[in-house]
Design a protein around this ligand. Structure first.
Ligand SMILES: Nc1ncnc2c1ncn2[C@@H]1O[C@H](COP(=O)(O)OP(=O)(O)OP(=O)(O)O)[C@@H](O)[C@H]1O
Ligand SMILES: [Mg+2]
Length: 314
């Protein structure tokens, strides 16, 4: 009988397998390539997004930065065809002032920060920094006067040092440590396995919420800005974290103008002035002591609501 031996058959099957394995591998690579292409398309579309704010052609400079902020009859909306998000906002923050913004969700608190940093341009009115319209400054110059801590603090996987410097080579390790000392963050960082080289997990998952917040404080402070902007996280924190963050943010604001979107009572009570926002308007303004006495005041109501919660929680 003409046939193949068992050995030849086995060899054939094995060779055939060996032949197909790289082909299979190739097709897997192709899948990876495809999804990488799809991702890169998205990344490039983000990079290509045209910024709406335009750089001025002949920029002015602030000679002696003090940190004075003036909003004059500011009107703003994100899109052409919608209602005004901010209506006729006017206020002044003198150098060193601590201003708190309070109000219900959607009132426009974060929007005030967005237009102050020129992530968006306003439609009417003016915003001045030390007497200069912010549209007459370069974006880089303008933003260099601010330290910013956002509502959802963004940490990425990488060392603590990188998370603070964001890869800017001109910031030295010494500067980072100095800034960390100022907000009492050095104490906990020092205790981590590799201190400032400790590698964080994605979004800083291996740290507590308070610790993550402190790292963001250090990041905002490392340039020693004249003005500090803090959009407090809305999520409630335990009293230990609260104490830690409160103390650190007080230290951070010392000697600077600060604008804080405040959710925590401890922050609000220490502010020089509280601006109470309601549906895009500043409806009340004053110190905690003044506002709490206003009959039927929005602040009074907000405060009582929160205070009741705190009493229950505590
Ligand atoms: N990028 C955006 N594009 C369009 N509309 C926006 C944008 N960001 C916010 N808005 C709208 O502007 C209004 C004010 O939002 P803003 O984020 O300033 O509120 P907020 O006072 O910070 O609220 P919260 O306390 O929840 O943070 C809301 O109605 C919101 O839907
Ligand atoms: Mg907000």
């Amino acid at each position: 009988m003409d046939g193949v031996t068992f050995g030849v058959l086995v060899a054939f099957i094995q060779y055939a397998r060996q032949f197909f394995r790289p082909i299979q591998g190739l097709s897997e690579k192709f899948n990876t390539l495809q999804s990488a292409l799809a991702s890169s398309e998205r990344i490039f579309s983000v990079l290509d997004t045209e910024t709406k704010v335009k750089e001025t052609n002949n920029p002015k400079q602030i000679k002696n930065p003090q940190g004075k902020i003036e909003f004059e009859n500011v009107w703003f909306k994100y899109n052409e065809d919608e209602e005004w998000i901010l209506k006729d906002i006017s206020f002044v923050a003198e150098p060193g002032d601590d201003i708190a913004l309070v109000g219900a969700t959607g009132a426009g608190k974060t929007t005030i920060i967005n237009i102050l940093m020129r992530f968006y341009d306003i439609q009417k009115g003016s915003i001045k920094l030390d007497g200069v319209d912010i549209r007459d400054l370069t974006l880089h110059d303008l933003r260099s006067h601010f330290g910013l801590v956002l509502q959802d603090n963004a940490l990425f996987s990488g060392s603590i040092l990188d998370n603070i410097t964001l890869g800017h080579p001109e910031i030295t390790r010494e500067q980072v440590i100095e800034a960390a000392h100022k907000v009492e963050a050095h104490r906990f960082i020092e205790k981590l396995p590799e201190t400032y080289d400790y590698v964080l997990q994605e979004r800083g998952a291996s740290l507590s919420m308070g610790q993550r917040q402190l790292i963001c404080f250090v990041r905002a402070l490392v340039y020693d800005p004249e003005i500090l902007i803090l959009d407090e996280a809305t999520s409630s924190v335990d009293s230990e974290t609260e104490a830690l963050v409160t103390e650190s943010s007080r230290l951070m604001m010392e000697g600077r103008t600060s604008i804080v979107v405040a959710h925590r009572l401890s922050t609000i009570q220490h502010a020089d002035r509280i601006l109470v926002m309601h549906k895009g308007e500043i409806r009340e303004s004053g110190s905690h002591q003044e506002l709490i006495l206003q009959e039927n005041g929005i602040y009074k109501k907000l405060y009582e609501l929160q205070y009741k919660d705190q009493l229950v929680a505590g």
